[in-house]
Write a new protein. Sequence first.
Length: 137
Amino acid sequence: MTQISGTTPVDAQTPCPYFIPPDLDFEALPRAVQLAVAELVQPAYDELVLQATGALERAAGSSFVCLMFFELLEQFELGRQVADHIEQGVPNPSPREEDFQRHLRLIGAKGKAGEFLLRLRQFRAKQFDPFRRPAPK
């Protein structure tokens, strides 16, 4: 049994995102979830949290990546609902409305966190650009 316990399953030297339980049995997760964590969540955590230049950027990056992780888990759950409905012969194999609406709210929250992170980075890039001409007074 592989447990994450503080490091990512991708690289034993890279810290695991704090919002992933340290005793999570990574091998027990569906392969698609393992791939999503390894190829999407962990690289985003590395870039947006571990490599962030300040505490505010780290906090915004952490919020974005945490929401990304929850979004991925919900995507798999919604997909499972649709697959179950297809197997059962349900005429409209859509996910439950309340689950779909919750997912859309999560996407919206992630988008807002991403927009804030982008604005913060743009502000810092403008603030420290040595080649930028000062605004006329």
